[in-house]
Design a protein around this ligand. Structure first.
Ligand SMILES: Nc1ncnc2c1ncn2[C@@H]1O[C@H](COP(=O)(O)OP(=O)(O)OP(=O)(O)O)[C@@H](O)[C@H]1O
Length: 258
């Protein structure tokens, strides 16, 4: 069954149409990676899918319900969104900030339970920040705050995780940590949509790749079919070549500098 799909989805800010004709589909436990040039509408698309832009046209179906008819509390039990950038801001400690992310599991007056603390401990391990549990979120580095924001989504235990450029502030080791985490989550049947500017990341984790080509055209398909030299060259309007790396057992994308 599809975790989420859209039919003829379009969205405009005031009169400026940003995305159109988007037929997107993510099955249970699948990873969809969205690529597209700056300003094409990736964040706008992910915001629509996360329920942040209610005034879209067309259909967004989350499991068997239309997104617009799902309450925000109900939505927080099935979907978590990590927005672009390093915007985790709080004077709380990292531990308390993550614990607060469990609040949708409780009534306003109830206290966190043992299972909430256990989940926070597990997520601290997953994002590699256990040693910073007592540190104030506002005192963290950009990369640490991006990992914190991912952790905050994970404590929600979503069935669908949507992340807008989740590795943009991360060093190479932490990029790999997040990509491996994404793979591991998909293996326990969590469906994932991420955007990125790096086609190599799409090749590393994507089951499917979606290209936002212009405000009328969205192309989605199997990773190896969509990530071709021609498609990427057309998408970024810059020549991109691919070479097969036998050590990595996959194609690597790059550009000649001469
Ligand atoms: N709140 C807004 N009001 C009006 N226009 C907006 C708003 N937010 C974004 N836009 C415009 O919508 C277009 C798509 O922006 P969006 O952030 O979705 O692109 P993107 O593909 O995520 O870009 P990037 O790769 O640079 O992050 C841009 O032209 C942007 O200027």
């Amino acid at each position: 069954m599809s975790e989420i799909y859209t039919e003829n989805l379009s969205f405009a800010y005031q009169t400026e149409k940003i995305i159109g004709n988007v037929d997107l589909k993510v099955d249970n436990g699948q990873i969809l990676v969205i690529l597209g040039p700056n300003g094409i509408g990736k964040s706008t698309l992910l915001s629509c899918l996360s329920g942040l832009h209610g005034n879209y046209q067309g259909k967004i179906q989350l499991e068997d319900e239309e997104l617009k008819s799902i309450s925000s509390r109900e939505l927080s039990h099935s979907l978590a969104f990590v927005s672009q950038g390093v915007n985790a801001k709080s004077n709380l400690t990292l531990y308390d900030y993550l614990l607060l992310g469990r609040s949708s599991f409780h009534s306003i007056f109830s206290q966190p339970e043992k299972k909430d603390r256990k989940k926070v401990e597990a997520v601290l391990e997953q994002i590699g920040l256990s040693q910073y549990r007592a540190k104030s979120v506002s005192d963290m580095s950009g990369g640490q705050r991006q990992l914190t924001q991912i952790g905050r989504a994970l404590v929600q235990e979503p069935k669908l995780l949507i992340m807008d450029e989740p590795t943009s502030a991360l060093d190479y080791k932490n990029q790999i940590l997040v990509l491996k985490l994404i793979k591991a989550l998909s293996q326990i049947d969590i469906s994932i949509i991420i955007s990125t500017h790096d086609p190599n990341q799409a090749m590393m984790v994507g089951d499917q790749v979606g290209l936002l080509i212009n405000n009328q055209t969205y192309l989605q398909g199997e990773t190896e079919e969509v990530l071709t030299e021609q498609n990427l060259t057309d998408l970024y309007k810059t020549p991109i070549v691919s070479t097969y790396n036998s050590k990595l057992k996959r194609d690597i994308f790059g550009t000649k500098m001469e």
